[in-house]
Each structure stands twice: as C-alpha cells, then as structure tokens.
Design a binder for this molecule. Structure first.
Ligand SMILES: Cc1cc2nc3c(=O)[nH]c(=O)nc-3n(C[C@H](O)[C@H](O)[C@H](O)COP(=O)(O)O)c2cc1C
Length: 265
C-alpha cells in the first residue's frame, strides 16, 4: 500500500491510538493501588497536622497509631459504637465518608432546613479521632465537609479537650480556585484559627468566619476568623460547614456527651 493512501494513514493512526490506550489503561490500573495508598497517607498526614502532631521526619503511620485513637460516633446520639457493633461495611478500618453517606442504610439524607453546609447526605456515624496524651484526650480531630464555590471541601478541625477552643484546621480535598478559594490551604490562614473560641460558656456556637478582616481590638475577635479576600463564596462555605458540623445535626450531641462526661469526671 502506498504511504500517501488514506487507508494506510487511517490504519497507522488507529494503531497508534490502540497502543496508547492500552498503555494508558494499564498504567491507570497498575497505579490505582498506589494512588489509593497515597490518598490514605495524605489523609493521615492531615489528621496529624490538624492535631498539631505532624513531624516531617517521622513515620506518619507510626505517629498516628501511637498518638491517636479512632472511634465511630453515632451522630444522632453522640455515643461511640462498641466493637461488637462493627460490621464489614461499618468499622474504623473501612470507614469512608463518601461511601457511608451514599449508602441507603449507613447514610442519611438531610432536609433543606438541616443542610446548612450544602452536602445533601451524611454518614449516620462519623469517625472521630482523639489525640491522646498520657492516657487522656488532649484534643478531638473531627472530619468535616461542606460545599464551597466549585466543590465540596473535605477537612479536619481540631477542638481542645475544653470543648471550646479550636486547635487546628486542614483541608485535604477540594476543587476551589488556586489563589482564591484554594487559600483555605494557606498555612497562615489555617494558623489564624488556632486558639479561637468556638463555644461560649453556655455551649452556644459563637465561632464566625467573617467577610473581611477581624478587628483585633474588637471584643468579638477571639471567636472570629478573617474571610479570604477575593473568595467570599468559599469563605461563606467554610462558615456554613462550621455551623453544620458544630450544630445539632453534626457533632452537637457528641460534644454535649463529652461536656457532660468532663463535668462529671
Ligand atoms: C475564574 C474565577 C475563579 C474564581 N474562584 C473562586 C473561588 O474559588 N472561591 C470564591 O469564593 N470565589 C471565586 N471567584 C470569585 C467569585 O466569583 C466572587 O467574585 C468572589 O467570591 C467575591 O469575593 P470578594 O467579595 O472577596 O471579592 C472566582 C472568580 C473567577 C472569575
């Protein structure tokens, strides 16, 4: 067949496409396991960062298993599940927010009124991490998620064992614009959350994410967070995410249980 013939040109193009697609599919299948593992490690790293434990040089899996205990909490009662309640689909080892939320039995739909964070569904139980220090809980690292401008933002927020003070925040997955909403990952902005007061003495939520800057001399400054400039909509999403997860349909019942336990003990 002549090199200029249409048949030969199309044939060569198809052959190149076939070889490339086989190559790409093989690579995708082969790398899937590695990608899953890296995703898991990134999540562990973010839990450690939120909990103030991350050390670049440390083995993060080892640090996690030495310093952190994980418990599945029934969100509606605030009670921790016992090991005999674990199943193949519901256990700390297999827990995955998206899978749980989507499941008919293990997840539930939120009404429009309940859905402050724009997430539609939540798991019935959430995996909560306790940062331990000499056998007692130093802080809780709580998984949170909420809708930003372009995406659902997934992260962790750490609360001190006084159940009032924020100790850290991280985001490990989102699709907000780099330099605008993507600044939720900015270490300086994240650091500005540390020490802010989320709940007052009556356990009412007072933490606010502002549009604009906190006025340092304001009496409210201790419970306010700077908005991200040029990213009002993402910032609003973060604020609503806090309202939801620290409210009655999020960790409210769990935090109330912990308050009662600490005032009794
Ligand atoms: C390409 C593009 C990407 C944007 N990405 C974001 C974003 O990730 N988060 C956000 O809140 N606003 C984003 N915005 C800006 C919003 O449309 C809106 O103008 C902004 O939230 C208003 O914030 P400001 O009141 O602080 O200026 C983006 C705008 C453009 C044109």
């Amino acid at each position: 067949m002549h090199n200029d013939s249409i048949k030969k040109t199309v044939g060569v193009a198809l052959a190149v496409c076939l070889v490339c697609s086989v190559f790409v599919s093989t690579a995708a299948v082969y790398l899937q396991g590695i990608q899953e593992k890296n995703k898991h490690l990134d999540k562990v790293k973010n839990i450690l960062i939120a909990g103030g434990l991350y050390d670049k040089k440390a083995d993060i899996q080892k640090l996690f298993s030495e310093k952190i205990t994980s418990s599945l909490i029934d969100l509606s009662t605030g009670e921790a599940l016992t090991e005999d309640q674990y199943t193949d689909k519901l256990s700390p080892k297999t827990f995955d927010i998206k899978t749980m939320a989507a499941d008919n039995q293990l997840g539930k739909a939120l009404t429009d009124e309940q859905d402050l964070a724009g997430i539609k569904r939540i798991p019935r139980d959430m995996l909560v991490y306790s940062v331990m220090n000499n056998g007692t809980v130093d802080k809780y690292v709580l998984p949170v998620y909420g809708k930003g401008l372009w995406s659902t933002m997934y992260g962790f927020i750490a609360l001190s064992n006084d159940l009032k003070t924020i100790k850290g925040i991280t985001f490990y997955e989102h699709g907000e614009t780099p330099g605008l909403g993507g600044e939720i990952e900015n270490p300086n902005w994240r650091a500005s959350w540390n020490g802010k007061i989320a709940f007052d003495d009556q356990a009412d939520l007072i933490l606010q994410v502002l549009k604009g800057k906190v006025i340092p001399s304001s009496p409210d400054a201790s419970h306010q967070i700077d908005g991200l400039s040029g990213a009002t909509l993402t910032t609003r999403g973060v604020g609503k995410m806090i309202d939801f997860w620290f409210g009655e349909n999020g960790y409210g019942p769990f935090l109330q249980k912990m308050r009662e336990a600490s005032s009794n003990g």
